[in-house]
Design a protein around this ligand. Structure first.
Ligand SMILES: *[C@@H]1O[C@H](CO)[C@@H](O)[C@H](O)[C@H]1NC(C)=O
Ligand SMILES: *[C@@H]1O[C@H](CO)[C@@H](O)[C@H](O)[C@H]1NC(C)=O
Ligand SMILES: *[C@@H]1O[C@H](CO)[C@@H](O)[C@H](O)[C@H]1NC(C)=O
Ligand SMILES: *[C@@H]1O[C@H](CO)[C@@H](O)[C@H](O)[C@H]1NC(C)=O
Ligand SMILES: *[C@@H]1O[C@H](CO)[C@@H](O)[C@H](O)[C@H]1NC(C)=O
Ligand SMILES: *[C@@H]1O[C@H](CO)[C@@H](O)[C@H](O)[C@H]1NC(C)=O
Length: 471
């Protein structure tokens, strides 16, 4: 493979079609093989050929910029950044694409890999990604993912370079201020045609939590300069954006860069669709900061009633990856009180909405926001308003909420409180009643565009096998 000649030619070709600053395409190396583990970190769990996909890892390298902020990071998101101080970097991108190019739907999803656990977690993909023929990639853009937490009590360093020095020893991200531009270059790569079998027409950016907070910053500050993305979907991001500075020291010490964050809305003059998705863990913060904003032709905001930040589905996905990669410190997933209501099925639907939104301008459906009112006992001074069964009113309501068997408090990993036997019996005199109501609710949710067909089947199967009403 001779990537170098192409690397120099491509920016010129792409510039003429876009009329902007030429996109910077990183140098690529790969597909990468070997190393101690002989597979990529956070790889597909199982055999990906079962779904007619291939998974390949590449190294990307080049010069990245960091950004100097001109003026203030105001809550309207209308920020001005200036790229400065280019530095060398080298990192990895993990790519899953249809084995047959003809099965590729033309759109790549690029996950900003989450590093809050002290290592890379790539979990924004649901079954719908692969059913619809998307390419799905994750890129390691933050220092912690590369080298792990170096100096945090109780946290072993578990970055790529410790996990498999033979495979990943040459990787280097100077510091997290460079993460934004590395993310841009990864998106440019997916469109460049340099990856065999994958020339994306559109790239959809996504990321959760800390990564979602960086994605909000990217949307307001970097996308207007880079024009690299065709849609952005920041998830569970608290209405916050990282501030482009570098935090050294508290709350972590050593090699960590949990940047300070500022409250923000998404700027309304952005030229691409942005879809924010939150749960009960984040929506109160969005509300009190004044960061809720109206839906428009290019903006959607979903608040998922009853759902939690790190819910059962997310913990199970995380545990599967952690088991495969032999990582310690897994959060147990067997407690019946962990919230099963997740942001992942709506995110999976949102990808397909985004594809259509980009191509046709038809935006995703709108949902009411959750109902919030004053509360003297809550630290933020507000709380969700609950219905007679103790579930939050309003919001994007998945079938677990419209045909409930429990009350959900979506704080962090959430608390699921099962209804009493009496309540369950009065709601669903027979299991057949429960199953029929679940079938109707699931097909309504699919029709509304909140979840996909496979999730409706999961929920109906769950209802058939549930001990509801209790025997
Ligand atoms: C960043 O921008 C500020 C004001 O816009 C300027 O004073 C400062 O010199 C810049 N810093 C760098 C490193 O370019
Ligand atoms: C930026 O914020 C500071 C502190 O709040 C304020 O004093 C200053 O006037 C602001 N600058 C601009 C350009 O709005
Ligand atoms: C990502 O980061 C946040 C904290 O910033 C953490 O709470 C969350 O559990 C992490 N993992 C996932 C899979 O989102
Ligand atoms: C680790 O933390 C200790 C205590 O905060 C500090 O003195 C030391 O310099 C840190 N080491 C690194 C490599 O950051
Ligand atoms: C709702 O919560 C209250 C207070 O915790 C409790 O007394 C009540 O039984 C709950 N209602 C249902 C239907 O579970
Ligand atoms: C939900 O959980 C939070 C955090 O534990 C708690 O402060 C709040 O009171 C709970 N709300 C309800 C309605 O149970």
């Amino acid at each position: 493979m001779k990537p170098f000649a192409l690397v120099w030619l491509l920016p010129i070709v792409m510039a003429s079609t876009r009329g902007h600053q030429p996109p910077v395409i990183p140098t690529i190396e790969g597909p990468i093989t070997g190393g101690t583990h002989e597979h990529p970190f956070s790889a597909w769990v199982g055999d990906i050929s079962d779904i007619s996909y291939v998974e390949e890892e590449y190294f990307i390298s080049g010069h990245a910029f960091r950004y100097n902020v001109t003026g203030n990071l105001t809550i309207d998101g209308k920020w001005t950044l200036v790229p400065i101080d280019p530095a060398n970097y080298k990192t990895r991108i993990l790519i899953r694409r249809p084995a047959k190019e003809a099965d590729f739907n033309g759109d790549a999803i690029l996950e900003w890999i989450n590093v809050s656990a002290g290592y890379d977690l790539m979990i924004s993909d649901g079954p719908g990604v692969y059913e619809a023929g998307f390419a799905f990639a994750g890129v390691s853009v933050q220092v912690v993912g590369i080298v792990g937490y170096q100096n945090v009590t109780g946290m072993a360093p578990l970055g790529l370079t410790e996990w498999d020095p033979a495979r990943y020893g040459s990787l280097n991200v100077p510091d997290d201020r460079y993460s934004y531009d590395i993310y841009t270059q990864a998106a440019n790569l997916l469109k460049s045609g340099l990856i065999p079998g994958l020339k994306a027409k559109n790239v959809i950016g996504t990321g959760e939590s800390q990564s979602g907070i960086r994605l909000n910053a990217y949307a307001n500050g970097v996308q207007p300069i880079s024009n690299a993305f065709d849609a952005l979907i920041p998830v569970i991001s608290f209405g916050q954006a990282s501030d482009f500075s570098r935090l050294i020291g508290a709350p972590y010490t050593g090699t960590t860069d949990l940047a300070p964050a500022v409250p923000t809305r998404i700027r309304t003059d952005l030229k691409i669709p942005v879809h924010q998705i939150n749960t009960e863990s984040e929506a109160l913060y969005v509300y009190v900061q004044g960061c809720r904003q109206p839906d428009t032709a290019l903006y959607r905001y979903w608040e998922n009633t009853g759902a939690a930040h790190a819910n059962l589905l997310v913990l199970q996905k995380t545990a599967a990856v952690a088991t495969q990669d032999q990582l310690p410190n897994q959060i147990p997933t067997n407690s019946p009180t962990i919230d099963p209501v997740s942001w992942l099925p709506p995110l999976d639907a949102a990808y397909q909405h985004a594809s259509r939104w980009i191509r046709t301008g038809i935006p995703p459906p709108t949902f009411p926001l959750m109902e919030i009112g004053p509360s003297a006992s809550m630290p933020l001074g507000v709380d969700y308003i609950r219905d007679s069964l103790n579930n939050t009113k309003g919001g994007a309501r998945q079938p677990e909420i419209t045909v409930p068997i429990a009350a959900y408090n979506g704080t962090f990993i959430g608390v699921r409180t099962s209804f009493t036997d009496e309540t369950l019996k009065s709601l669903y005199p027979t299991n057949k009643d429960y199953v029929i109501k679940m079938k109707v609710a699931s097909s309504v949710a699919v029709k509304e565009g909140l979840i996909l067909g496979y999730q409706a089947s999961n929920l109906v199967n769950g209802a058939i096998h549930a001990n509801v009403p209790p025997s």
